[in-house]
Design a binder for this molecule. Structure first.
Ligand code: NAD
Length: 494
């Protein structure tokens, strides 16, 4: 679609910021709303319900009633499958609207809102729908006079709290397995990006998911979010967000009803390129493409690049040649690959780290500043620091912006040690032509996913999650069902 058409569609878009509770769009009980602004140009998109504890109580009560009367949980898995597939079909039918909402709300390029976010979220809903009538329970090898069944049951009411970087995708990674397994869900999207979650709930209803089964409450973390995490009638809280808040979620679970608490948290992923890398151009392209994708606002972005000293200069030169390809542009232009940072708070955070890099003595090779200021939006030029020391904040802390720190090494064991010297353990990568070296390095890297000679592979079929303070859960794949089901043993005397 032409850029003007996207702008015309955006101007004509009707935005409904009310919560969805028990199948109805409702204002917050307090009557409070908050401004929803677009990071593209700072424009006010509309008012969104500022839900708090009262709304959480209502949504959890609706979810509990729906779960207890079995209006969804007791459907045959094949029926839940049909409805989830219809839900995915409706997402695809409304793909342009969903993509536009995502781009306006959090600033990512419309090209990727369509090809990554809407397509990935619909695929996720479809995949778990397809999976649910193909999973069997177990019979234990019990003594002959008895029968022991090991069955999976839905946990009940699932509270899901998600961030703003991939709003629809992160929501789908939670709601798809939770709903497929028969649970009721109360979803709280980020206050920075509430719009697509609300539309998803409309589409779920239209697809035939009964009222009360899937509720969406927009609101602030310390109001709606904490009320959900502390609620005594929520059986499981599935959280994606920062490590700081993830720790609070675990405490709130312990402080309330010891609900199952699953956390998918931050990262500072290391990308190790050895001199015997099989394809330097591919390694450069992956290193640059992955750190600047989604404006660097990806939990698994390879923000620490370790290059073997003998190829460092060549590598950095090739990397710099790619930087102009990532010049930020109008997110509603389908040629744009780098959009806006989500809001002014995150913009200040990213610029603050860039200042620390400069003052700390790292060598700024590209970017390092705010751009497109005249648009009224929040754009940062793709930034590369070379000669970064691993003690610097830009090498240790998650920046969550388009900032790459280049470090070098002469001894692979030292690179692995530095790669592991972080509180995080989400993703890591190694590039080498030596198979044994690749496998030994991948075994030594403490991360939930290790890439060998690529960085981009991703699929709904594989688990996604971290070691250490990158969290304790796994989204995606059949393993995600572990989070949303209880294991029951039934002993039968024969
Ligand atoms: P955040 O922790 O600030 O917020 C995440 C969500 O938690 C939001 O909905 C927010 O409203 C809510 N929240 C905030 N305070 C809360 C509280 N006291 N109680 C309950 N809920 C609260 O994170 P963010 O800035 O939205 O997202 C960026 C972070 O998410 C990064 O650290 C990124 O690495 C991480 N992330 C991780 C993954 C993963 O799969 N591991 C995926 C995407 C993003």
């Amino acid at each position: 679609m032409a850029t003007t058409s996207w702008h015309e569609r955006a101007a004509a878009l009707a935005i409904d910021g009310r919560a969805l509770i028990n199948g109805q769009r409702l204002a917050a009980r307090s009557g409070q709303t908050f401004d929803n602004r677009s990071p593209i140009d700072g424009r006010l998109l509309g008012q969104v319900a500022r839900c708090d504890e009262q709304d959480v109580d209502a949504a959890v009560a609706a979810a509990r009633a729906a779960f207890e009367d079995g209006r969804w949980a007791n459907f045959a898995p094949a029926k839940r499958k049909r409805i989830l597939i219809k839900f995915a079909d409706l997402m695809q039918k409304n793909a342009a609207e969903l993509a536009l909402l995502e781009t306006l709300d959090m600033g990512k390029p419309i090209k990727y809102s369509q090809s990554v976010d809407v397509a990935g979220a619909a695929n996720c809903i479809r995949w778990y729908g397809e999976a649910i009538d193909k999973i069997y329970d177990e019979i234990a090898p019990a003594p002959v006079h008895s029968l022991a069944l090991i069955t999976r049951e839905p946990v009940g009411v699932v509270g899901a709290i998600v961030p703003w970087n991939y709003p629809m995708l992160m929501a789908s990674w939670k709601i798809a397995p939770a709903l497929a397994a028969g649970n009721s869900v109360v979803l709280k999207p980020s206050e920075k990006s509430p719009l697509t979650a609300l539309r998803l709930a409309d589409l779920a209803l239209e697809a035939g998911i009964p009222p009360g089964v899937f509720n969406v409450l927009p609101g602030y973390g310390n109001e709606a979010g904490s009320a959900l995490a502390l609620h005594m009638d929520v059986d499981c809280i599935a959280f994606t967000g920062s490590t700081r808040v993830g720790k609070q979620i675990m405490q709130m679970a312990g402080q309330s009803n010891l609900k199952r608490a699953w956390t998918e948290l931050g990262g500072k992923s290391a990308n190790i390129v050895c001199a015997d890398c099989p394809d330097i151009d591919a390694a450069v392209s992956a290193a640059i493409g992955s750190i600047f994708f989604n404006q660097g606002e990806s939990c698994n972005a390879p923000s620490r690049l370790f290059v073997e000293e003998s190829i460092r200069e060549q590598f950095v030169e090739k990397a710099l040649a790619m930087v102009p390809d990532f010049t930020p542009g109008d997110p509603l232009d389908e040629n744009t690959v780098m959009g806006a940072i989500v809001d002014d708070i995150q913009l200040r955070t990213v610029l603050g780290y860039i200042e620390q890099g400069k003052s700390g003595g790292a060598r700024l090779l590209a970017g390092g500043e705010r751009v497109r200021t005249e648009s009224g939006g929040y754009f940062v030029a793709p930034t590369i620091f070379d000669r970064v020391d691993s003690s610097m904040a830009i090498a240790r802390e998650e920046i969550f912006g388009p900032v790459l720190s280049v470090l070098s090494f002469t001894d692979l064991n030292d690179a692995i040690r530095q790669a592991n010297a972080t509180q995080y353990g989400l993703h890591a990568a190694v590039w080498t032509s030596d198979l044994s070296k690749a496998i030994k390095t991948s075994r030594a890297l403490r991360a939930g996913t290790v890439h060998v000679n690529q960085y981009d592979n991703d699929d709904i079929t594989v688990p996604f999650g971290g070691y250490k303070q990158s969290g304790n859960g796994r989204d995606k794949s059949l393993h995600a069902f572990d989070k949303y089901t209880e294991l029951k043993t039934t002993w039968i005397q024969l």
